[in-house]
Design a protein around this ligand. Structure first.
Ligand code: ATP
Length: 312
C-alpha cells in the first residue's frame, strides 16, 4: 500500500545548523504516528517540509503518493493542518472564519462544524480576536478536522487546552483513525502520544533515535515517584529503597513526623511498591518525567548520568 507519508534522507540546514538530519520515515495509511522529541529536536521543521511551507535542503518527500512541491491546492485540500504556533485574529466570529475555510478546504458535511465545536466546548459566536489561546487552538482543531481530510498533520495540537478538552481531542484523533484517516501528531508530551499513537518516532537533534510501536519503545518505563510516609525513620527507608534495582536519584528526608521520598524508577515498579507497603503511606504521586530526560536516559547521551547511578 502507498504510504501516507514517506520521507527519504530528508535534511534541512539553516546555515551551519542542521535542523533535520537524514530523516527516513514511513507512515502507513490509517494509522496514528507520533513524532516526539524535546524542544528544538526538529519536529516543526519536519512537519513544515511535509506541508511544503519550507523546502528541504536535501532528500525526498511523498505525501499521499505525491510530491508536496507539485501537489498544489488539490493536495493541500487533502491535508488538515494545525501549525505549532497558531495565530488567529480578526473581528469575524469563529463560525464565519470556519465557513470561509470551508470554501477553501472543500466540502464540509452538514453539522460537522457544530458537532466538533460542541465536543470541544467552543463558542462559535464570539469574534476570533476575543478568544483565549485555548479557544483559538480549538478553532484550529475544528478547521483541520471539519472536512475529514485523508491526512491530518498536527503540530503540538494540545498546547493551551485544559485536560478535559485534551482528552476529547485525543478521542477525535482516534475517531479519525477509525474512519481510515492518517494522523501525524507531534508533541513533547509523552502521555498524549502514548495514549493515541500506533507508531512513534523519537527525534533528538534532527535524527530519529528510536522508532517502533509504543510498547516496545519502553518510553513509559521511567517514572518519578514522590511519597510521604508517616512516622518512620528516614535512614531505614533510605536503606530499603536504596537496595532496590531500577531506583535512582533517590532523595529521602525526614521532617517532623513525615519522611518525604523522591526517586526515579526505571522499569518494574512493583519492588518499590512492596517496600512502601511496609509503611504508612500518606501521599503518593507518580509523575511522568520530562521527555528530554526520558529520551536521553533511554537512548543515551553519555554526558548525562546513567539511570543506575545513585545520588543518595
Ligand atoms: P519545539 O518543540 O521547540 O518547536 P521542534 O522539535 O519543533 O522544537 P524545530 O522548531 O523544528 O524543533 O527546530 C529544530 C532546530 O532548527 C532548532 O535548533 C531551531 O533553533 C532550528 N531552526 C528552526 N527554524 C529555524 C530558522 N528559521 N532559522 C534558523 N534555525 C532554525
Amino acid at each position: 500500500m502507498t504510504p501516507a507519508i514517506e520521507l527519504t534522507r530528508l535534511r534541512k540546514q539553516y546555515g551551519r545548523r542542521t535542523a533535520v538530519d537524514s530523516l527516513d520515515l514511513r507512515i502507513e495509511p490509517g494509522t496514528v504516528f507520533g513524532l516526539i522529541g524535546p524542544n528544538g529536536a526538529g519536529k516543526t521543521t519536519t512537519l513544515r517540509m511535509i506541508l511544503d511551507i519550507i523546502r528541504p535542503t536535501a532528500g525526498a518527500i511523498r505525501v499521499l503518493g505525491e510530491d508536496p512541491r507539485r501537489g498544489g491546492p488539490a493536495l493541500r485540500r487533502r491535508i488538515g493542518f494545525i501549525p505549532g504556533e497558531l495565530r488567529l485574529d480578526g473581528r469575524v466570529t469563529g463560525r464565519r472564519m470556519l465557513d470561509f475555510y470551508a470554501t477553501v478546504s472543500g466540502p464540509v458535511a452538514a453539522g460537522a462544524i457544530d458537532g466538533l465545536a460542541e465536543r470541544l466546548d467552543l463558542d462559535l459566536s464570539r469574534p476570533v480576536h476575543a478568544l483565549s489561546k485555548g479557544n483559538k487552538q480549538k478553532l484550529g482543531i475544528v478547521q483541520a478536522f471539519m472536512h475529514e481530510p485523508p491526512l491530518l498533520v498536527l503540530d503540538e495540537p494540545t498546547s493551551g487546552l485544559d485536560p478535559l478538552v485534551q482528552r476529547e481531542f485525543l478521542r477525535l484523533v482516534t475517531d479519525a483513525r477509525d474512519r481510515g484517516q492518517t494522523v501525524l501528531l507531534s508533541s513533547h508530551v509523552l502521555s498524549e502520544i502514548q495514549q493515541t499513537a500506533d507508531t512513534v518516532a523519537v527525534l533528538s537533534q534532527g535524527k530519529v533515535v528510536a522508532e517502533g510501536d509504543v510498547a516496545s519503545l519502553r518510553l513509559g518505563a521511567i517514572r518519578r515517584v514522590r511519597v510521604g510516609i508517616a512516622a518512620s525513620s528516614a535512614e531505614e527507608i533510605g536503606a530499603q529503597l536504596g537496595a532496590l534495582p531500577h531506583v535512582s536519584e533517590l532523595d529521602v528526608r525526614g521532617a517532623a513526623d513525615v519522611v518525604r521520598v523522591s526517586a526515579t524508577v526505571e522499569g518494574d515498579i512493583d519492588p518499590l511498591v512492596k517496600v512502601l507497603a511496609r509503611h504508612r503511606v500518606i501521599d503518593l504521586a507518580i509523575e511522568e518525567p520530562d521527555l528530554e530526560e526520558s529520551v536521553l536516559k533511554l537512548y543515551g547521551e553519555p554526558s548525562r548520568p546513567e539511570a543506575g547511578e545513585r545520588d543518595a
